[in-house]
Design a protein around this ligand. Sequence first.
Ligand SMILES: Cc1ncc(COP(=O)(O)O)c(C=O)c1O
Length: 386
Amino acid sequence: MKKSTLFSHVGRPKIGRGTSVNPSVTHASTLLFEKADDLYNGNHRIYGRHGSEVHDALKEAFCALEDGAGCTLTPSGLAANALSILANVKAGDHILVSDSSYGPVRKFCDNHLVKFGVETEYFPPRLGKDIESLIRDNTSCLILESPGSLTLEIQDLPAIVKVAKKAGIITIVDNTWSAGLVYNPLNLGADIAVHAATKYYSGHSDVLFGAIISRTKELAAKVHATNIHLGNSTSPDDAYTILRGFRTITTRFERQEKTALTLAQWLQSHAKVDEVLHPALSTHPDHDIWKRDFTGSACLFSVVLKPCSQAQVLKFLDSLKYFAKGFSFGGYESLIIHCDPQLKRSHSDGFAGPLIRIACGLEDITDLQLDLEQGLATLSLDDNVA
Ligand SMILES: Cc1ncc(COP(=O)(O)O)c(C=O)c1O
């Protein structure tokens, strides 16, 4: 079954007489039982933190998306990343984290995990099978994100997973960029896929949400237990909104994917642009791996401008009419940021010029192109490079 068909049907109530199309939303902290014995015995929900009908429907949708055996919902994408790691480490462990992982994941590892005696080592995202040389006896997890945040390196997941499996290490992949629609880490051998559903599944930049999908029931139970111990829960209204995002995501995604690729191709030959970082371009260093492992691209890519000062970059961004300045992607609106103030890498030579990230929304592509064109026209490359 194609994803668009699946997402029109998954997680819907069984039809009876006059059944609503969508699952109902119930608000509850306390759940009541007719029989006292049911408070402690039986395999049912006993408290609001354990979810509701709409949470179950959403978990079913995420499992269908990623071919997973179980799903845990979290209050944000960052929480999904942090929780998936926390569930799989203990004091004294060493974890390997891709150098191009989402910045706040790095902060979680460096500032939080370290307090519990978990050591983080960052590896170059293009290391591939050579990651074997970094594995230690106490390595417990590999944390990947493909393409990487801001710099869009594609990782050789099958090669990395082969090494991880041999060493008995859990592989966790942040799959937010692809929305799970054009990349399936679990089918390539990874153990856990993580989503910031805040992006495409919200689709309207108004809900923070995350999901952790595990390949096996055992792993899913481990993640679920950690979530329960931490006392996390998500609101039924937010779960409903994210499930609603599933119904339209394939159409929105395809449109945004096409806009991004068209703009990326056009920007490649623009006089003010040094390099476009988009894995579907044949010039991308990891294009062959992308072609082998992905079935498409997404709304998000980066551009290296020809060398110019920070003041010029800010002038360019401020001149844009339709690309709003803000963090995130996958919403209906186009966004743009300059990346250099947040770009933190342990293994990188940097770029020839300033790095800009572009997230394409649902606006008309001609308007978006004209906006970038007039913005780039304001950019003076002659200005002293800061
Ligand atoms: C790749 C990736 N993972 C995780 C997150 C975090 O998601 P959230 O904003 O829901 O915490 C982001 C947010 O930008 C992201 O880009």
